[in-house]
Design a binder for this molecule. Structure first.
Ligand code: NDP
Length: 259
């Protein structure tokens, strides 16, 4: 349980869902964790829950809007003040924007890119100078299987997620000589509020849920903890030669042509 001992990590969007699971797993592995989350109350609640479940865990909730570069820089400064230099950043905050391309509003397009791509870049550029200087660091970007496969009606989310993979590879190559690793995780369907919101927005939510559970060859939906385990691995010293890569967590779904 000490795989991240001594490390300082920031997880964006850590108030709930996959981000909260990553924050819990990081703390369990000995990292000091900053929960950088838009909703300050949910970040506080998650930080408190971690502290209760794991006495001695070091957590800090910092209200953060990843769409604002200055807000992310503040989160990094708070992390450094509380715990020291940042070793790990998980760019997890993300939103679903699913629209028809031709009827989508400009605002939808901008909102999607502001969170799902600019947000990742804002995180990277806030921690990279320190990581490059120290010649050590691991950035983990939460992409999606939408980063390489398209579902009709989900525009422009997959466009932004394709960008996350491009950003991961570009920065991974750019900073490899300075020993800073940049990787991505591409989850398939994972059961979080995001997924429930999507089911509930469908004409028949229960039918939509059943279809989701039937899609992966393993016939189930993923759990946030299953993404968190991979984030721990990529953040840890167990993955020193994994860089500019993406690990898919979808029970084999994207490898399947059809049944
Ligand atoms: P949730 O909606 O459950 O959690 C996302 C969190 O990010 C929320 O706490 C949300 O805060 C926060 N957030 C939203 N906007 C911002 C912002 N501007 N700044 C800081 N925090 C913000 O989503 P998931 O846990 O399901 O998803 C996490 C990541 O995983 C996302 O990048 C998503 O695209 C990706 N993903 C999820 C999949 C799934 O099936 N669940 C599948 C593939 C990828 P608030 O509550 O205030 O909105």
């Amino acid at each position: 349980m000490n795989r991240l001992n001594g490390k300082v990590a920031i997880v964006t969007g850590a108030g709930r869902g996959i981000g909260a699971a990553i924050a819990r797993a990081f703390a369990a592995e000995g990292a000091a964790v900053v929960l950088a989350e838009l909703d300050g109350a949910s970040a506080e609640a998650t930080a408190r829950a971690i502290a209760q479940a794991q006495p001695g865990a070091r957590t800090l909730a910092v209200p953060t809007d990843v769409t604002q570069a200055a807000s992310v820089r503040t989160a990094v400064a708070e992390a450094e003040r509380a715990f020291g230099p940042v070793d790990v950043l998980v760019n997890n905050a993300g939103i679903n924007v699913f629209a028809d391309p031709l009827t989508m509003t400009d605002d939808d397009w901008r909102r999607c890119f502001a969170v799902d791509l600019d947000g990742v870049w804002n995180g990277c550029r806030a921690v990279l100078p320190g990581m490059v200087e120290r010649r050590a660091g691991s950035i983990v970007n939460i992409a999606s299987t939408h980063a390489f496969q398209i579902i009709p009606g989900c525009f422009p989310y997959p466009v932004a997620k394709h960008g996350v993979i491009g950003l991961t590879r570009a920065l991974g190559i750019e900073y490899a000589p300075r020993n800073v690793r940049v990787n991505a995780i591409a989850p398939g369907y994972i059961e979080t509020q995001l997924t429930h919101d999507w089911w509930n927005a469908q004409p028949d939510p229960e039918a939509a849920r059943r279809v989701t559970l039937e899609l992966p060859p393993m016939k189930r939906i993923g759990r946030p903890e299953e993404v968190a385990m991979t984030a721990v691995f990529l953040a840890s010293d167990e993955a020193p030669f994994i860089n500019a890569s993406c690990i898919t967590i979808d029970g084999g779904r994207t490898a399947l042509h059809h049944e």
